[in-house]
Ligand binder design. Structure first.
Ligand SMILES: C[S@@+](CC[C@H](N)C(=O)[O-])C[C@H]1O[C@@H](n2cnc3c(N)ncnc32)[C@H](O)[C@@H]1O
Length: 243
């Protein structure tokens, strides 16, 4: 993870043992059973909205920033078998799961061959990847590892009025009655150091997704989230990201 808003923004590498970890309070909120239940219940719908549920089951899929591997498990249950996950922190149980290949590292330096995967997924993680220079590096790595015609599926949120209102509400810590709301509120607070930078940078991130290395195949919107499927053009050149 990157922390923005510091005098010097440091890139996190696997050798930087402290910085590469999410704060422990964030991790305990993220792994709270109520969060895990809610996430698991929504993964299939996210995959449907991205269009990967309809993809060939032989597709090679990279789940970038795979967290605890919940998306990989859902993809496996859907019949996909060529599944890899990368994260700066991969839990031991996921590393030991022989259904998947896991990679430990930074999303901006993917240790995979050029043009080797059909799909890259980036689910609820783009907002962890600022500053913009790092997001650019991640997008160009996604472009590099995808085969021509391959897809990048992103689920995250824009800086819309309702998203900003929702975060404001959670940060007030009022009305967070249920364990789910409480742990979500804790996560927002712990993420705020980089979430606020992502929200401020959103117009530039949006431009990069819209006019950058990829073609847009589809964009769907929920109340809070977007579900954006990008495609690497056939015969794509290594285009520069517009600023
Ligand atoms: C909100 S979690 C999302 C995890 C998973 N995609 C999901 O849907 O549950 C964000 C993940 O991004 C990972 N992450 C943050 N910065 C990263 C980086 N630079 N490279 C790789 N993974 C990163 C974190 O370790 C965390 O697992």
């Amino acid at each position: 993870m990157y922390y923005s808003g510091r005098a010097e923004t440091r890139m996190v590498t696997p050798v930087d043992a402290e910085l590469r970890k999410e704060p422990s309070a964030w991790t305990s909120a993220y792994t709270h059973p109520s969060q895990v239940r809610r996430r698991r219940a929504t993964i299939t719908k996210k995959l449907d909205l991205l269009g990967i549920s309809r993809a060939n089951r032989g597709s090679a899929v990279l789940d970038l920033c795979c967290g605890n591997g919940e998306t990989l498990e859902t993809l496996y249950a859907l019949g996909f078998r060529s599944l890899q996950g990368l994260d700066i922190e991969v839990p031991g149980a996921l590393q030991a799961d022989t259904r998947f290949r896991t990679l430990l590292g930074d999303a901006a330096a993917i240790p995979l061959a050029t043009s080797s995967v059909d799909w890259v997924l980036l689910i609820d993680s783009l907002h962890h990847l600022g500053p913009l220079s790092h997001i650019d590096a991640v997008l160009s790595e996604c472009h590099r590892v995808l085969k021509a015609g391959g897809r990048l599926g992103i689920v995250d949120f824009p800086s819309s009025p309702q998203v900003r209102l929702a975060f404001w509400f959670f940060r007030q810590r009022v009305g967070l009655w249920t364990p789910y709301l409480k742990s979500f509120g804790a996560m927002v607070e712990e993420e705020w150091c980089f979430l606020s930078g992502y929200l401020a940078d959103w117009p530039a991130v949006d431009r990069r997704l819209r006019n950058g290395l990829f073609e847009t195949e589809s964009i769907k919107r929920g109340l809070i989230h977007f579900f954006w499927t990008l495609r690497k053009a056939t015969g794509a050149k290594d285009l520069r990201v517009p600023r």
